[in-house]
Ligand binder design. Structure first.
Ligand code: NAD
Length: 386
């Protein structure tokens, strides 16, 4: 029975998926699998029986990835599990950028005690008028889990959608509506679009991508949405462009002293994934990843080991090996099984950085002496028989 420890409360719709082959434990040191949200694991001693850590969420800076990899502990996260939550807030962002909902709401609140408010509204409403998004051009930068969903829904809301992502994954590309215009030159998005929304991670080539130069290329009165990361936007350049009227509105999920409270900026307190459904999706995905790993040895959505999927074992036994990514390992593994009389029926091996992972299915149950010999090979980190 596999022991599972939760370092944070994990939604029951996830943990309820564990079958009778799993047992929840309060003892971190005894666990073979750990579920975590934001608790820091950097100060914790990772025991030798720990096989997997699953983060119910995307960011993994609370987990010592390198240390875990060295100990053969596979770390998972749940990319895309909160994509729908963020997408829906981006739709709200499009509306916030188009209709002066905040101005109108504040005016009503300030005049709530006026007995003639209903009459006053008719005079005041022109101050909060806006525009519709239908027929406008939206540029989506980054077509991953979130960007692809945003592009598709914006098209269904009547927008003409331009999408840019030079590294788009096959999954995301398949999920994109054929009506999304595939843009190869980012400047085309800057020059053509009425609205621009960024959905890329903060990387060397994306940090500060919305800056003085890119804004200069944009249409006057462009509206910019940022539900990805604060560092993608050069805040000083943005504030200058808002003051000059070049940018009509900036909607961001990342308040900071430079933009919070600035006129024509709508700031939200990082609400993108703050939905009950996102939490549930993350919990379900994290638990499924753990179960597939414990039961089949498969790795999906790991951040420190490669993705390896050998399906369900249909032979006499399966051996899963976490090892260093160094020459000759596969030859040594197959050599051991050959020498000890275990026929290898199926094998998958992949590497990622300094580490690799190999699944070997043998015709018969692998012999104890084969497993002992595999463990002795220099560069082998962890061996597990399923
Ligand atoms: N506001 C929130 O609460 C919230 C919640 C979840 C995620 N996010 C952020 O949203 C962003 C996107 O998340 P996701 O789940 O869609 O990630 P993802 O990994 O599925 O997608 C990111 C996409 O960006 C693309 N990309 C990378 N570099 C690029 C470049 N230079 N130009 C264009 N495209 C590029 C990648 O190819 C990928 O398709 C991340 O930065 C994430 O941190 C925010």
């Amino acid at each position: 029975m596999a022991k599972v420890h939760c370092l944070n409360p994990i939604a029951a719709c996830g943990t309820d998926l564990f079958t009778s082959n799993y047992e929840m434990t309060d003892d971190f040191a005894a666990a073979e699998a750990v579920l975590v949200r934001s608790a820091s694991m950097h100060e914790l001693e990772l025991s030798s029986n720990l096989l997997a850590i699953a983060r119910a969420g995307a960011g993994v800076n609370n987990i010592p990835l390198e240390d875990a990899a060295k100990k053969g502990i596979v770390v998972f996260n749940t990319p895309g599990a909160n994509a729908n939550g963020v997408k829906e807030l981006v739709v709200a962002g499009l509306m916030l950028a188009s209709r002066d909902l905040m101005g109108g709401y504040n005016w009503v609140k300030e005049n709530a005690s006026d007995p003639d408010i209903a009459k006053a509204v008719e005079k005041q409403k022109k101050n909060y008028a806006g525009n519709e998004i239908s027929g406008k051009k939206l540029g989506v930068i980054g077509l991953g889990a979130i960007g692809a969903k945003v592009a598709n829904i914006a098209f269904r809301l009547g927008m003409e959608v331009y999408g840019y992502d030079p590294y788009v994954s096959i999954d995301a590309a398949w999920s994109l509506s054929r009506h999304i215009k595939h843009i190869k030159d980012l400047n085309e998005i800057f020059k053509e679009c009425d609205y621009i929304t960024v959905h890329v991670p903060a990387l060397k080539d994306t940090i500060g991508m919305i800056n003085k130069e890119s804004i200069a290329m944009m249409k006057d009165g462009v509206k910019i949405l940022n539900f990805a990361r604060d560092t993608l936007i050069n805040d000083d350049d943005m504030v200058e462009a808002l003051n000059s009227g070049k940018v009509a509105c900036y909607v961001t999920d990342f308040p900071n002293p430079k933009v919070a409270g600035v006129d024509k900026v709508v700031t939200l307190p990082h609400l993108g994934a703050s939905t009950a459904e996102s939490e549930d999706n993350c919990a379900i995905m994290a638990v499924k990843e753990i179960m597939d790993f414990i039961e089949n040895g498969n790795i999906k959505n790991s951040v420190n080991y490669p993705a390896v999927d050998a399906g369900v074992c249909e032979t006499g036994g399966r051996v899963c090996i976490c090892h260093k990514n160094i020459p000759n390992m596969i030859t040594k593994f197959t050599g051991v099984f050959g020498d000890k009389g275990n026929n290898v029926e199926n094998m998958v091996s992949k590497s990622r950085g300094d580490f690799a992972y190999t699944i070997i299915d043998t015709k018969d149950t692998p012999r104890d002496e084969s497993i002992a010999a595999i463990k002795e090979i220099d560069g082998v980190v962890k061996v597990r028989v399923i």
